[in-house]
Ligand binder design. Sequence first.
Ligand code: GMT
Length: 380
Amino acid sequence: MKIAIVCYPTFGGSGVVATELGTELAKRGHEIHFITYKQPVRLELLANHIHFHEVNIPEYPLFKYQPYELALSSKLVDVVKLHSIEVLHVHYAIPHAYAGYMAKKMLEEEGIKIPMVTTLHGTDITLVGNHPFYKPAVTFSINKSDVVTSVSQSLKDDTLRLFDTKVPIEVVPNFIDLDKHNNTKSNDCQRHVMAEEHEYILTHVSNFRKVKRIDDVVKVFYEVQKSIPAKLIMVGEGPEKEIAEELCQKLNIENKVIFLGNSDEVIEILCFTDIFLLPSEKESFGLAALEAMACGVPVISTNTGGLPEVNEHGISGFLSDVGDVQEMTKNTLKILKDKTTLNIFKIEAKKTAARFDIHKIVPVYEKLYLQSVEKLKIKL
Ligand code: GMT
């Protein structure tokens, strides 16, 4: 099929999912067209069947805010016409579903019918989308989608609770390419660069927004390193990073915490990580946790949103209430109490991750694409 994928190109989970999905679909013979304002971070352009179309927004002094949705929907119309696109798949409702619907309507005027699949990812529903400023437009564009998917049951429940939806929502969980995550051989693991032989390594990866509760990451580590020798690796950039750096200084642990910024070597970092920390306030799925588990890293997370659907309590890691630093510390130490326990958790984390194997999930999207085309034919 010829599929257009609209997503955010940055280091966010929704962009990563969209990019990995498109890449896998291309491997399976589909023609994939990514449409966004920058080349997605994990997108390798030189792969077969992959195309990238940049949305340009010329600066105009009259505008305080550049009208991105307008430029995106115009670009969508052009790409659909030029490449005979059969399905439009938009990731993250704001503003992609809205722009997608506008493109659909413009194309209809020219006699071109195209189905739109909308994937809800998280804060497009639970935080931003739910704001009264956006809610009517988000509700409208969800209801106008031909197929709606959510990345977890929890996100589906939130959508039904918060929005007046009139269309069915399919739960299609996020996925992981296990081969890619298993590929780093143990002798390639550069553990010695980050820590001494006797030190344990705790890692956090995110876009450092408030919702990630970065201060809890630091607080858990602070408590853990009182009992065992350890280092904390912080990967990512975002508004809370500076605050976290200040907290490390205040707690006098700055020599044990390494801030790496954004990195495209997350798999290499996870390869020598012992514990992954994800104490989020909200998390519709927790792709970062799944990536860690696929690398055999147990996860200490909160029990919010979709995290219990990913991280199995007492098996792939532990779940605690939001803000319960004490419990998260206790659980981290429980896993790290000896090598045997740590190894059991590592094996189980990998096994749990295998439930989300890319080869199981991508065919579900393929089926939904076909369904969306059929559905549109029936509507005509
Ligand atoms: O970072 C993004 O691109 C989107 C972000 C969000 O703000 O909603 O992440 C969400 O989508 C990811 C991919 O589906 C999920 O793994 C994250 O759990 C989810 N984040 C939140 O719900 C906070």
